[in-house]
Design a protein around this ligand. Structure first.
Ligand SMILES: [Zn+2]
Length: 312
């Protein structure tokens, strides 16, 4: 859990991190969230500050209007009325948001999309998810599940996605997919530390040549150094991302596409070819500006705070 005390102008005065320990079950995680939030409010008061609102963001499917964490695989939430639980405990106006949507909110208002009315924020890490932000408000969708750009079908019959379908964007171009596909292409996953070398596991990290996991960043490095297998996996990921983002641009006609998450740290090795491939796909569409996220892992906290300030 990343936590912060944030002023109304978006500046951070204090940050904390706490383990989620999701293995303890959802009820214990909720209790920890409430304890930590209460502690933060107490810290603010002890420092002479006046807490005015609380924002909480969680992954999964979030019904923001009802304040309910509908479903989250990571922490086991099912229909948890987190907003009302927190409001009752702290006695503060409380907003509940979705982790990627609040991240997009913060990037659009305070980060790389600042000054831009229409922003598509795309987070690329173990999965791929997006937030469409218009005039500082992120669309939630009718069921709290807007922005699942990682499940745009880009390669029919392609690699199996975690959602069960073949060929989704995130099965080709998420950081974990890039690492897995490189391991598959080189057989590196079969020369890892496992005693049998069979099956290759679920492929989240893949085995490296020296028995160490090959990350997406390693694949980017190897591609830049001219290693053919790495260059091919990287290029396929970039092409798939360009297909997904082009679909996004057709739907949303944004001014800026802001890319965050772990993969954005590849820098120009990602952004230069991705920009070219995206622009290549634009026909009558206006070309969006393609930018790296600016707020790093602070975006979620800042966005939760903005949501809380909006809702108070
Ligand atoms: Zn999928």
């Amino acid at each position: 859990m990343k936590c912060a005390l944030v002023r109304p102008d978006g500046s951070t005065v204090h940050t904390e991190r706490h383990p989620t320990d999701a293995g303890r079950g959802p009820d214990a995680v909720v209790e920890t969230i409430l304890d930590v939030a209460e502690g933060l409010a107490g810290k603010a008061r002890a420092d002479g500050l006046d807490p005015v609102a609380l924002g909480i963001a969680v992954p999964g499917v979030v019904d923001e209007a009802a304040g309910v964490a509908v479903w989250s695989a990571n922490v086991g939430f099912r229909d948890v009325p987190l907003r009302d639980l927190a409001a009752a405990r702290l006695g503060l106006p409380t907003a509940l948001g979705h982790d990627v949507r609040v991240g997009g909110l913060a990037e659009a208002r305070l980060g790389a999309g600042r000054g831009t009315g229409h922003v598509l924020f795309v987070a690329i890490g173990t999965g791929i998810a997006a937030a469409h932000v218009v005039d500082g408000v992120a669309a939630t969708g009718a069921h709290g599940a807007a922005g699942e750009i990682g499940h745009i079908l880009v390669r029919p019959g392609g690699p199996r996605c975690g959602c069960g379908r073949d060929g989704c964007l995130e099965a080709v171009a998420s950081a974990s997919a890039i690492a897995r596909r490189y391991a598959e292409a080189t057989g590196a996953g079969l020369t890892g530390t496992g005693p049998t070398g069979a099956a290759g596991g679920d492929g989240l990290a893949g085995g490296g040549l020296a028995g160490t996991p090959t990350s997406a960043a390693d694949v980017a490095d190897r591609a830049a150094a001219g290693e053919p297998a790495a260059a091919q996996v990287w290029a396929e990921a970039v092409e798939a991302l360009a297909d997904g983002l082009a679909t996004g641009q057709s739907l949303y006609d944004v001014e800026a596409v802001v890319v965050g998450g772990g993969l954005a740290q590849a820098g120009p090795r990602l952004f230069d070819p991705l920009r070219a491939a995206l622009h290549e796909r634009m026909t009558f569409h206006r070309r969006p500006r393609l930018a790296a996220a600016a707020l790093g892992d602070e975006a979620g906290c800042l966005g939760a705070a903005l949501l809380a300030l909006d809702a108070r």
